[in-house]
Design a protein around this ligand. Sequence first.
Ligand code: SF4
Length: 431
Amino acid sequence: MKFYIHELGCAKNTDDVNHMKSLLVDHGHLPLVDPEDAEVIIVHTCGFIEAAVSESIEAILDLADYKNKNCKKLIVSGCLSQRYQDSLLKELPEVDLFLGTSYSHRIEQFINKSGSYFDELNFKIRSFKHLASESPYAYLKIAEGCDNHCSYCIIPELRGPMRSKSIDELIKETQDLSRQGVKEIILIAQDLSRYGEDRGEIQILELLEALNEVEGIRWIRLQYVYPDLLDETFFKKMAELPKVLAYLDMPIQHASNKILKRMNRHTTQEDLRRIIHLAREILPDIVLRSTVMVGFPGEKEEDFTTLMSFIKEVAFDKLGAFKYSDEEDAASHRLPNKISEEVKENRFKKVMDLQREISEEKLSHYVGRVMEVIVDEIYDDSWIGRTQGDSPEVDGIVYVSGDGVKLGDILEVRIISSSEYDLMGEINELT
Ligand code: SF4
């Protein structure tokens, strides 16, 4: 059958969609890049906060219109499906099949079924053969699920407890990707730092050593690392392995110890400061990305001031912010002293204004430097790439004038100017 998958949500959903495509192609189905002629449309949803729920439902209703054309089956999979299960059956009669988060890895067995399948969250996570694509980077999901249980988060309820793939499986997946021309692999999970814990022993460093040996891969990036287990050994291993980028996405969520406790985070402000200092001591050029949340129940003005001073003090290279979303099935929903949307919006704006200044100042120091840049998109007389400090879709880009480059080339670029989030450069003729 001709199928189209509409993807929503995070990089972990991107991996699910790649997995589903691979399985369906393996079973003779034909992937389409748009829904126009699709006989089967799959909406792989996100559902962890209200805004994502609305976006997913809107997409489902839009795509349901294609049932008046060639679409014979509309399938809804992913976190929204897992979260709301049977209540969706009544709300969305136009959908033929609802699949929970554990079924996207067996989509080929369910594409001809109808109804709903949600249970078994503790399923074994499986590797898959990635389909060839032009992209010079690929996400590599090393584990599924999470055991951290932050009080505002329902992902453990949507994705189950943490389950890691084996190192051998991940080496094979990475070798496949390298054979297809992928130069950069981005390791993803809910929390990379606990990789292997469910198998009896944390093995993130052993995994990095093994992936560093895979021929053809040039860059290994770490995305979503919970801070509490990060120590000298971890950062020294990052520094030792040439392909592991001096880049770390390490959400901290807040800096007020009172709020961190209410969030059920395993770190205090003092821990975070120590870990950030250690990272910068061992990896002086490390690019640190983080995420914070504003408006958590009970966040007084002084807690927010603590957060702002900490952001100013540590000055992350990249920072994203979320407004607390009061999800009825999250533990934090039962907390008193909810913050108004107006105050949340005001605090969100202040964080993003401060980070824009920090980012602009930090990027201005790159002007005149020669940096490695990977080619992501090519235009007539220019191209767009990323430095080692830029993860796709969430960080900045580099605009480079010139032509004669190929996707995935990693070139030396002289930075000639900078803006709040991006850089401009030219091929470095001097080398
Ligand atoms: S680490 Fe916390 S925020 Fe992240 S997925 Fe796990 S429970 Fe959710």
